[in-house]
Design a protein around this ligand. Structure first.
Ligand code: NDP
Length: 329
């Protein structure tokens, strides 16, 4: 395993980590969840990602039980939660001081831990002043309930504002953003955030490196019955796959799969290695429903060295989506 510093913090995070969205407490049994965590940990993964939203809290319960059962030393792993979607009633969602603090307490209980290593604001909340959220996060950190806090899918402008509010008021600034990043989804990480890496020292833990499985190439032959595309609440994903853009991506995945074969590797490994090659990515959060999938994906670390300039150019030609940097950049 390779470890990277999370932005300018002193925290070392495994370049590949494991997340639980759609899988834990939902698509897979608790035994499979345990086998995945053990496989990940045994291969040096030190970060397990979670959220209050995932399986309505069940995902954190499953993960907490596994962490407790395995008894791994607390200083060998990091666990996260994310706050935003805790329920539908007033104050059960959003980033008010009340919800940020109550959601943290609930996550600590479900995960059976004394503190969260990383705590993310799962989305921006335009109805809560940034000052209120930054102050709530600061209090949790000063109470020892959270070690580092960050954001997920916030605009560069909002992240910068949170940082400046913190610096102006002697509060604790966010240090990590969790954006989607994969071969099809590049603009935010490669363009919008580019001044934040050196500027405020922001790290990133990126999600959906395989674009929910499209970048495995397995959808070329239709939808496998045991895939996430069959999960009832993911109708939006099925709709997307059926759309013109979805079909275009499946075709591009076919072309990328041929390139992967030429290189003597597989498309999932190539797609994950491509994310790892970006030095502004601190950790690529993997998802898996089966241990062999995770084994394959962990091997992506050995594929990064195949990504020569020539191979990267071939990938760009297939993708045709290289971001154009703004002139003032
Ligand atoms: P991916 O895009 O990598 O999709 C993972 C899914 O693809 C697996 O669950 C599996 O689904 C399939 N798959 C994975 N590897 C293989 C393989 N080698 N061969 C064939 N199929 C494979 O990542 P996720 O979308 O799961 O995101 C990863 C994590 O990121 C999440 O668990 C979560 O922690 C985080 N996340 C954060 C978000 C945020 O808003 N902050 C949003 C979304 C995710 P199947 O077997 O069902 O096809």
């Amino acid at each position: 395993m390779e470890y990277r510093y999370l932005g300018k913090t002193g925290l070392q995070i495994s370049a590949l980590s494991l997340g639980s969205w759609v899988t834990f407490g939902n698509q897979i049994s608790d035994d499979v969840a345990e086998a995945l965590m053990v496989k990940a940990y045994d291969n040096g993964v030190n970060f397990f990602d979670n959220a209050e939203l995932y399986a309505d809290g069940k995902s954190e319960i499953v993960m907490g039980n596994i962490l407790k059962k395995q008894g791994w030393r607390r200083d060998t792993w990091l666990v996260s939660s994310k706050v935003y979607w805790g329920g539908k009633l007033p104050n059960q969602y959003g980033l008010s001081r009340k919800h940020v603090i109550e959601a943290c307490h609930a996550a600590l209980k479900r995960l059976q831990v004394d503190y969260l290593d990383l705590y993310y604001c799962h989305r921006p909340d335009k109805n809560t002043p940034i000052e209120e959220t930054v102050a709530a996060m600061t209090d949790l950190i000063r109470q020892g309930k959270v070690l580092y806090w960050g954001t997920s899918e916030w605009s560069a402008e909002a992240i910068r504002e949170a940082y400046e509010v913190a610096k102006r008021n002697y509060l604790v600034a966010p240090v990590v953003e969790q954006p989607q990043y994969n071969m099809f989804h590049r603009e935010r990480v490669e363009v919008e955030y580019r001044r934040l890496y050196a500027g405020i020292g922001m790290g990133t833990t990126i999600w959906s490196p395989l674009a929910s499985g499209i970048l495995t190439g397995k959808y070329s032959q239709g939808i496998p019955t045991d895939s996430r595309m069959q999960v009832s609440e993911l109708q939006w994903l099925r709709d997307f796959m059926a759309s013109e853009e979805g079909q275009k991506r499946i075709q591009k995945a076919r072309e990328l799969q041929s390139l992967a074969q030429e290189l003597g590797t597989t498309l999932p490994k190539l797609a994950i290695a491509w994310c790892l090659k970006n030095p502004n990515v601190s950790s690529v959060i993997l998802g898996a429903t089966k241990v062999p999938q995770l084994e394959e994906n962990l091997d992506a670390l050995n594929v990064v060295s195949l990504l020569s300039n020539e191979v990267m150019e071939k990938i760009e030609t297939i993708l045709g989506n290289k971001p154009k940097f703004p002139a003032f950049g």
